[in-house]
Design a protein. Structure first.
Length: 175
């Protein structure tokens, strides 16, 4: 029985020594992780030169060519006259670029035509309502049997309720 007691006692001593050793190893590991690397006294730290950006005054958005394309003089369209069908621009195109470089606005007085130059001004007449509107051509008409495609505001002024409405178009002289 005494032999068991001695072995148990020795085992406890060994276990206590292992616990101390384990504690010391853990303590050393944490200490090593928290130590920061320092440079020797003789070497200086090399830092990149600080470069200050040049002071540039911000430009106004209206000066940007991407926002407002340069205006050209309106071409003379006084000899132009036609009758045909009109349709309304889809409202989904609001905010997208048109052929002239402008941003399409559903509340602008603009139109798309296939056979007149850009920035030509035309008077559109709706014989069903008797209303007239003057619009500027700033886009090209895509394929179809329509003569003109009008912005939402221009179509509303003319009283166009649906696509393929017959209209009369007369060109205006240059200003």
């Amino acid at each position: 029985m005494q032999w068991l007691f001695i072995n148990w006692r020795n085992g406890l001593k060994i276990a206590m020594k292992l616990n101390k050793l384990l504690f010391i190893l853990i303590l050393l590991w944490f200490t090593a992780c928290s130590v920061q690397k320092t440079e020797p006294q003789g070497q200086a730290e090399i830092k990149p030169k600080e470069v200050t950006p040049p002071s540039i005054e911000p430009s106004r958005p209206s000066e940007s060519p991407a926002v407002v394309p340069p205006r050209v003089t309106a071409p003379d369209a006084s000899q132009y006259s036609a009758q045909g069908l009109a349709r309304i621009y889809p409202s989904q195109l609001h905010g997208s670029k048109v052929v002239s470089g402008e941003i399409y606005d559903i509340y602008g007085m603009t139109a798309a035509m296939a056979d007149l130059p850009l920035y030509a001004r035309v008077e559109v007449f709706n014989p069903q309502t008797g209303r007239k509107a003057i619009v500027t051509v700033n886009d090209r008409l895509s394929e179809g049997n329509n003569l003109i495609q009008l912005s939402y505001l221009a179509a509303d002024i003319l009283g166009l309720q649906q696509n393929n409405t017959p209209v009369i178009i007369r060109g205006l002289p240059a200003q």
